[in-house]
Design a protein around this ligand. Structure first.
Ligand SMILES: CC(C)(COP(=O)(O)OP(=O)(O)OC[C@H]1O[C@@H](n2cnc3c(N)ncnc32)[C@H](O)[C@@H]1OP(=O)(O)O)[C@@H](O)C(=O)NCCC(=O)NCCS
Length: 143
């Protein structure tokens, strides 16, 4: 993601969730460029120079062997064309590069679309929570 992608990427969050999340996610995305200790990283998918999807990840302060994935979203008109799969695949491969030869790592995310993550990437449901039946999912990464 480049700084100039933040506006469009946050609009995609807004289209998929809400205006409030559009605003809060834009603030979070700016943290990638603010020289923080462990900044979040964002991946964007582009088509014809336009941002059409995004996804973020960060190393957890709970345990350096844990990564969190968030804001996986594709523009509503572009969904179902493989873009989300490419974004998640790229994030997992970036995390694998970071962990190098060290021991097993865990990737965690929450979602109301567990099948997308289990079918394509092998994430497993660890817990269910909340009114909207959100799932906490995990994927063990072994080098
Ligand atoms: C979920 C999402 C990221 C998937 O991205 P996408 O580009 O539409 O997905 P893909 O085209 O890569 O499809 C991947 C597979 O998941 C399935 N899939 C796509 N959207 C799905 C959905 N909403 N629910 C369940 N399965 C879905 C597809 O059937 C496809 O399977 P197939 O390749 O065997 O046909 C996208 O639909 C989206 O932005 N949704 C709204 C935001 C959201 O809910 N994000 C995820 C929660 S964190």
């Amino acid at each position: 993601m480049r700084k100039g992608d933040i506006r469009k990427a946050s609009v995609i969050v807004g289209e998929n969730w809400s205006k409030r999340y559009q605003r809060t996610s834009a603030v979070e995305m700016k943290a990638e460029f603010a020289n923080k200790v462990y900044p979040p990283k964002y991946v964007v998918a582009e088509e014809g120079g336009e941002v059409v999807g995004l996804g973020g990840y960060i190393q957890s302060w709970m345990d350096y062997h844990v990564y969190n994935i968030f804001w996986i979203a594709v523009e509503p008109r572009q969904q179902g064309r493989g873009i989300g799969t490419k974004i998640v695949r790229k994030i997992i491969s970036d995390i694998k590069k970071k962990i190098g030869e060290s021991s097993a790592h865990m990737v965690l995310l929450t979602t109301d679309k567990p099948r997308f993550y289990s079918k394509k990437f092998g994430f497993r449901i660890l817990a269910s929570f909340g009114d909207m039946e959100h799932k906490l999912m995990g994927l063990k990464l072994n080098k």
